[in-house]
Design a protein around this ligand. Structure first.
Ligand code: KG4
Ligand code: ZN
Length: 318
């Protein structure tokens, strides 16, 4: 069963064809990220204009690469929520008209749940078994930081979330303070790699009685640290980036593994842009191994926004 997925929730225009909810036949992603970088964040007007300009070509290319005729598709899936409203509208309007013309069903998919579902996708020929459910899902993206209990691909229950900034948002804001550019996550990771260890320490709010997160305090702590120490000459940007990254990834790992323990789950699914961060990956894998928890990350390109995760999850909505 082939499903066409369309994703336009942020700066990407993406389309993919996925077979049986699992095998990626094509996965096309076009991003307008570079056009936003000089503004230090996504400009919604630019994003939706670019999406309008290229969505037809992106969908055609996804079908061409999959070697699939549009009449052989079983259904169309599109990101329904959450995202930038103008960007979502481009994808949803396109998908609605497309599905109506082909007389195929249309499924609107939750973008956050789809980030976790990315762990179930495989390239054709890859026979790695699917993660075992039930499990815990940790979504760490630019807009969301949440924990879910995932019973099966139809049942996601929110069990924790950030009370202020998302983890990716904190990376982006701290990168701006440290003048490292946008998007901040990869820039901080690269800079942090230049410092072996850091004598500087930052801490995230622990909130031990809940699975909720808070990242606005650490962001402000970095801002004040820079104000206090930057005036006198050389500011240790790499050490600060290292200390910030270390604290955020430690906090994410703590909460995710606490959730596994609390819900007695041996599977942890991670998804979203920050899942590309190697410090987070190493911490979760090392600590998961000690605790007997199988930690799953999507391959790097599937951590970021893509339409394969939308098409894949849609199979379970039939
Ligand atoms: O999931 P995503 O592509 O878009 C949203 O749905 O938000 O995530 C983008 C976020 C950005 O905040 C970016 O700075 C962060 O993911 N990010 C990273 C890394 N790569 C991307 N954060 C930390 N380390 C990375 N390597
Ligand atoms: Zn996303």
């Amino acid at each position: 069963m082939n499903i066409l997925g369309i994703e336009t929730s942020c700066d990407e225009t993406a389309a993919a064809v996925v077979k049986d909810g699992r095998t990626i036949l094509s996965n096309v992603v076009v991003s307008s990220l570079r056009e936003h970088s000089k503004y230090g964040g996504i400009i919604p007007e630019i994003a939706s204009r670019r999406q309008l300009a290229c969505i037809t070509a992106v969908v055609d290319e996804a079908l061409r690469r999959a070697g699939s005729d549009e009449h052989r598709l079983q259904a169309i899936a599109v990101t329904g929520f959450p995202g930038l409203i103008g960007s979502l509208l481009v994808g949803k309007s396109f998908a609605r008209a497309y599905a109506a013309r082909l007389a195929k069903p249309l499924y609107e998919i939750d973008h956050i749940q789809a980030h976790l579902y990315a762990n179930f996708l495989r390239e054709s020929g890859d026979r790695t078994p699917a993660p075992k459910l039930p499990g815990i899902g940790l979504v760490v993206s630019g807009g969301h930081t949440s924990l879910y209990h995932v019973r099966d691909p139809r049942h996601f229950r929110l069990i924790g979330r950030t009370r202020d900034d998302a983890a990716g948002e904190a990376f982006d804001k701290v990168a701006r303070v440290l003048e490292l550019g946008y998007p901040g996550g990869p820039a901080i990771e690269k800079k942090a790699g230049e410092a072996k260890k850091s004598a500087i320490k930052f801490t995230c709010a622990r909130m031990p009685d809940t699975l909720d997160f808070s990242f606005s305090g650490i962001k402000t702590a970095v801002l004040y640290h820079k104000r206090e120490h930057a005036a006198g000459g050389e500011y240790p940007v790499a050490e600060v980036a290292h200390a910030f990254q270390d604290s955020v990834t430690e906090n994410l790992a703590d909460k995710a593994l606490d959730a596994c323990q609390k819900y007695r789950c041996r599977t942890l699914l991670v998804g979203g842009g920050v899942a590309a961060n190697k410090s987070l990956r190493h911490k979760l894998i090392d600590r998961g191994r000690i605790g007997g928890i199988n930690v799953h990350f999507p391959p790097m390109p599937l951590c970021l926004d893509n339409a394969a995760m939308i098409a894949g999850l849609a199979m379970h909505h039939q």
